[in-house]
Every structure is written in structure tokens, then in C-alpha cells.
Design a protein around this ligand. Structure first.
Ligand SMILES: [Zn+2]
Length: 385
């Protein structure tokens, strides 16, 4: 298979390289405080030579050769069959894709591994990232395994566990006195004036491409396309990655239809839901939610995420912080999977749609990160003796 970059707005194609992040034509239309213009996606020609999914390895479906990947076991996470939760909700084919089982305990490792492989391939030793916390601790950990220098910009409000985790891995951390969007600005300024590869989620095309592997695994583990996938959504990059994975499966002729994808957003951080309803991004939202991993004012991948939701008839569900914390403790106490608030939002979203989902549906909740990453949030719903 041969890989290239394709602009999600104008369809122009580019050769893959470490210096190209967004389409230079469409980037000219970039407006401040709006989602990125000219987001690039990986395209391919040719077809696979391996017999994936039977082979179990999908390295051939990624644009960076396997030999460049860091020696750390990213992906191949379990797909739980939560019997008690299935009975409680009356959904016999409910599954949990457990991304807490990744090395740094979040789905972000899938993107970090591909970015690290990209850096390795092109001989780059420094990687820079802005993050609400998970992408930072992920790049720090995967970067440590890859022998990279990792520079991180995180809001000073980031959960302490994610900060300590990043420092443990040896990353150089700058705390930003402002929201995630300010961390993004500072990281881009840093990349412009220093050497290094920027791993900002949505901005670096490898982040969407890396996250597609979660969809590849769901397909391989189920042996089919699920009916519905609930995806916690902040900047729209995981959503874009999930769509990309299923699109690749269809393009390879392994399936003939897409799943219904449901973007679950927090009510206080609902830019993509609003844009889907209002036909575009008007002004930044506050990004105000307890679910820090999906707290975003200006979603980097917003344009492409809304376009994919429209194209594939996906939908958007908004959930309150109370509903997120209720879902978190329900997931922990009924299924035994302790997820962070953003991840539990997937269950909160499903709960809101219980009357519209047929009980025989094959449903996957994408559980994007571990509850141990934000103990303060989890502590709100328990009484410590
Ligand atoms: Zn373009």
C-alpha cells in the first residue's frame, strides 16, 4: 500500500513528511478562535497483502513502517462483555473497548506511538505537545520508550495525576495559565522558534491516523461492523480517528457499511454538537466540564468531525456533569471498569438514548482513559470512611 496526505476540505494530495501539518491552501482561510482549516488525513492506494484481520496485525495499514515504532505495547486492548451492565440496561450485545489498558492508560497512546514512529523515521529527537493532560502524559511515556525529548504545555488546572505521570516519564513540562486553547497557542509558538515535531492533536495528521487503530480492533474483535459506537468527544480527533478506521475497512472491501457513530459531548463543552445543529462554528464555547479530557473551547478537528457526522449520518448527544459522574460510578460499580469522567461520558450518552437503541443492537462504548488519572473528580461520588 502507498500512503499520502489528503486535505479534508479541498481534497488536494501531498507527499507525507514531518514538516507538513495542514493544507497550505486551506490554512490561508484560518480565522482566530475557530477550528483548524485544512486538516490533513492519510489516504492510500493499492490493497493489503496480509490477511488482516485474521493475521491480528494491522501494521501494513499504517503509513509508517512497523520497524520505526517504539518498543512499547500500544493497542490490542480488550473488548469487555459486561454481563451485569448488559442485564441492567437490557442490552445483550453491549461491549466496552477498554483503552485504559494502554501503557499510559489512555487511547492517546495510539496517536503517540505513530507520532513517535514518524519522529524516529525522519531522525527527529524532539516532540512538542499541548494537552489537557492525557495526550501529554501519553507522549511523555511513549516518548520515553522511544528515547525522545518531550516538551509539554498543559493548563495548570490539569489533573495532578496526569502532571505527575508526565514528570515521571521525564518530560519537560510548562504549566499554562489559561485553558487548553492557550496551551495550543504556546506550543505552536515553541515549535516555530525551536526544532522538533509538533504532536498537537488534530494538527499533526498522524494523531487521527493513529487513533483509527481502535476502530480496526473493534472490527477485528467483533468480526463485524458494530451497529453503534459511542465516542467521548472534545476536539473531534478521536471521533475523526474512529471514522477513519471504519472508512478504511470499507475502502479495503472488508465491509460494505459504516456504523452509526455517536459523538458524546459535555453540555459545557459542546462546540461540535452546536456546530452540527447550527450549521457551523460561530464562537468558542467555554469548555466548562468536570470531564477535563473533553473540555475544549475551540475543537481543532471540528470542521472535519462535523463533515464526517453529516456524511455518515452520525449524531451528537450532550450530557451534563452530573450525568457523567453518575455514569462513572455505574460503570465502576456494575462492570468493574474504572474510567475517567470523559470516558464515562460514553455510557452517559448511551443512557440518554436508551429509548432509541434497539435492544438487540451491537453497541460499543469507547472507554478512553482510566479513572486513576483524575482521583479528585472520582472522589465526588464516593464517601471515604
Ligand atoms: Zn485544502
Amino acid at each position: 500500500m502507498e500512503f499520502f496526505y489528503r486535505c479534508t476540505e479541498c481534497d488536494r494530495q501531498f507527499e507525507i513528511g514531518p514538516d507538513l501539518m495542514v493544507c497550505p491552501d486551506c490554512a490561508k482561510r484560518q480565522v482566530a478562535d475557530r477550528p483548524l482549516r485544512g486538516v490533513l488525513e492519510v489516504g492510500f492506494t493499492g490493497t493489503r497483502t496480509s490477511n488482516w484481520p485474521a493475521s491480528g496485525t494491522y501494521g501494513e495499514l499504517l503509513p509508517i513502517e512497523e520497524r520505526f515504532f517504539p518498543p512499547v505495547p500500544v493497542g490490542n486492548t480488550p473488548l469487555w462483555q459486561p454481563t451485569n451492565l448488559r442485564e441492567k440496561l437490557g442490552l445483550a450485545r453491549l461491549f466496552l473497548k477498554d483503552e485504559t489498558a494502554n501503557p499510559t492508560e489512555s487511547l492517546k497512546d495510539r496517536a503517540s506511538a505513530l507520532v513517535a514512529a514518524c519522529a524516529n523515521k525522519y531522525g527527529i529527537t524532539d516532540v512538542v505537545v499541548a494537552s489537557t493532560g492525557n495526550a501529554a502524559s501519553s507522549m511523555a511515556g511513549i516518548g520515553a520508550a522511544a528515547g525522545l525529548n518531550v516538551k509539554i504545555f498543559v493548563p495548570k488546572t490539569a489533573p495532578r495525576a496526569k502532571l505527575i505521570q508526565s514528570l515521571q516519564y521525564g518530560a519537560d513540562v510548562t504549566l499554562v495559565d489559561g485553558p487548553y486553547d492557550d496551551a495550543v497557542t504556546q506550543s505552536l509558538e515553541f515549535t516555530r522558534s525551536n526544532k522538533g515535531l509538533n504532536r498537537n492533536t488534530g494538527y499533526n495528521p498522524m494523531t487521527i491516523e493513529g487513533k483509527k487503530t481502535a476502530a480496526l480492533e473493534i472490527f477485528a474483535q467483533l468480526g463485524r461492523i458494530p451497529d453503534v459506537v459511542y465516542v467521548p468527544t472534545g476536539d473531534g480527533v478521536i471521533l475523526g480517528g474512529i471514522y477513519k478506521g471504519f472508512e478504511d475497512i470499507v475502502a479495503l472491501g472488508l465491509a460494505d457499511h459504516m456504523p452509526a457513530v455517536v459523538a458524546v459531548q459535555a453540555e459545557g463543552s459542546n462546540a461540535i454538537c452546536r456546530a452540527l445543529k447550527l450549521d457551523g462554528f460561530t464562537e468558542p464555547v467555554n469548555g466548562d466540564t468536570i470531564a477535563d479530557s473533553i473540555s475544549v473551547g475551540v475543537p481543532a478537528n471540528g470542521q472535519s468531525a462535523v463533515a464526517k457526522l453529516r456524511k455518515h449520518r452520525g449524531r451528537c448527544v450532550e450530557v451534563s456533569d452530573v450525568e457523567i459522574l453518575d455514569a462513572q460510578i455505574e460503570l465502576s460499580s456494575v462492570s468493574g471498569l474504572f474510567a475517567e469522567p470523559a470516558a464515562a461520558a460514553a455510557l452517559a450518552g448511551l443512557r440518554k438514548e436508551l429509548d432509541r437503541v434497539p435492544p438487540e443492537s451491537t453497541i460499543v462504548l469507547l472507554i478512553t482513559g482510566s479513572g486513576l488519572k483524575d482521583i479528585d473528580a472520582a472522589g465526588r461520588r464516593v464517601r471515604v470512611p
